[in-house]
Write a protein that binds this ligand. Structure first.
Ligand SMILES: N[C@@H](CCC(=O)N[C@@H](CS)C(=O)NCC(=O)O)C(=O)O
Length: 282
C-alpha cells in the first residue's frame, strides 16, 4: 500500500481536517484526497462517508463549500473527499475540455486507449481509496457510506448499486441519472469506454439502467433543484424514479423549487444527507 504524504492539517470543530497525496496503483499517478476526522475518533474507529464531487471540482471543493463539517463533527462521521480524476497523466488532450479528462473522470474504469492507462476512478474510489483510508485513519471497515453531486452523484449511485454489500448507505445531489442518454455521459462514455455502446459496458455505469435490474438494500435519498440549468438536458431524475419503481428500489427523490446546481443548493440540504447516512451507519 502506498505511502501517504500530508500536505496540510487543521483543527476543525474539535476534529482534524487534513489533505493528502499518495501514489495510486489504479491510476499510476499521484492522487489527492481530503479527510475530516471527527472528535469521536479519539475513542475508536468511526463510520466513513465518502463524497464524490462533480465536474471541474477537486478534493477541496466539498470540504470548503458544502458546510458539512460542523454536523459531521457532531454526528461522529468521517468525511472522505477524493479528487475527480487523475491529474498529470500525460494523456494527449486531457486538459482540453472541462467535461472530459482532468476534473471529469466520471468514476468509471476506462477501457479505451489512451484513457485506460490512468482513468480508473471506479476502482480507485470504490476499492483502493477505502482500503487506504481504513488502513491509515480511524475508519470502520464495515460502516461505509457514499454520496456525491452531479457526476459524483452518478458515481455514488453506481458504486453503491454495484457493491451493495460494501456500502451501507447512499445518497446524491442532482445526479446525472441516466448518463447513456445525455451529452455529458455520451461524451465521457464514448471516450473512456469506447464508441461501441454495448449494453454490458455502458449499462454497468448507468444508475437508471442498473436500478431497473438490481436494488440497494437500503433506501436512497436524492435531492434535486428545480432551477438547475442542467435538469432537463443532463440529469433526468425522472428516469431514475421510473427505474426505481420498476426495480422495487426504495428511493426518496425530493424536488426543490428555486434551487440551482451550485453548492448553495448542496449547503441547504447537506444536513439531511449527513443525518440520513449517520442513521444508516450507526
Ligand atoms: N463549467 C460548467 C459548470 C460546471 C459545474 O457546474 N460544475 C459543478 C459540478 S457538475 C460544480 O460543482 N462546480 C463547482 C462549484 O459550483 O463550486 C458550465 O459551463 O456551466
Amino acid at each position: 500500500m502506498s505511502e501517504i504524504a500530508t500536505r496540510a492539517r487543521h483543527r476543525c470543530f474539535g476534529g482534524s481536517l487534513s489533505f493528502h497525496t499518495h501514489r495510486s496503483g489504479e491510476t499510476g499517478t499521484d492522487m489527492r484526497f481530503g479527510v475530516f476526522t471527527p472528535p469521536q475518533a479519539d475513542r475508536g474507529p468511526v463510520p466513513a462517508l465518502f463524497y464524490l464531487a462533480g465536474l471541474e471540482c477537486n478534493e477541496e471543493t466539498f470540504l470548503i463549500k458544502a458546510g458539512a463539517i460542523r454536523l459531521a463533527a457532531e454526528l461522529g462521521l468521517m468525511l472522505v473527499a477524493p479528487d475527480t480524476s487523475p491529474r498529470g497523466a500525460a494523456i494527449p488532450g486531457e486538459e482540453d475540455d472541462w467535461d472530459l479528462g482532468t476534473g471529469a473522470g466520471f468514476y468509471v474504469d476506462a477501457t479505451a486507449a489512451p484513457w485506460n492507462k490512468a482513468y480508473r476512478m471506479y476502482s480507485y474510489v470504490s476499492r483502493e481509496l477505502p482500503a487506504l483510508i481504513e488502513a491509515n485513519f480511524p475508519a470502520l471497515g464495515d460502516r461505509r457510506g457514499i454520496f456525491g453531486h452531479s457526476m459524483g452523484g452518478h458515481g455514488a449511485l453506481v458504486v453503491a448499486l454495484r457493491q451493495p454489500e460494501r456500502w451501507q448507505s447512499v445518497s446524491a445531489f442532482a445526479p446525472i441519472s441516466n448518463p447513456v442518454a445525455v451529452p455529458w455521459g455520451l461524451k465521457a462514455f464514448s471516450s473512456y469506454l469506447g464508441p461501441d455502446s454495448s449494453p454490458s459496458l455502458w449499462a454497468a455505469y448507468d444508475a437508471s439502467l442498473l436500478m431497473a435490474q438490481r436494488r440497494h438494500p437500503g433506501p436512497i435519498l436524492v435531492d434535486q433543484g428545480l432551477a438547475d440549468k442542467f435538469l432537463e438536458t443532463q440529469l433526468l431524475p425522472e428516469t431514475l424514479e421510473a427505474a426505481a419503481k420498476a426495480g422495487g428500489q426504495d428511493l426518496t427523490l425530493r424536488r426543490h423549487e428555486g434551487y440551482d446546481h451550485s453548492y448553495w443548493f448542496i449547503q441547504s440540504f447537506v444536513a439531511d444527507h449527513l443525518r440520513w447516512h449517520a442513521r444508516a451507519l450507526a
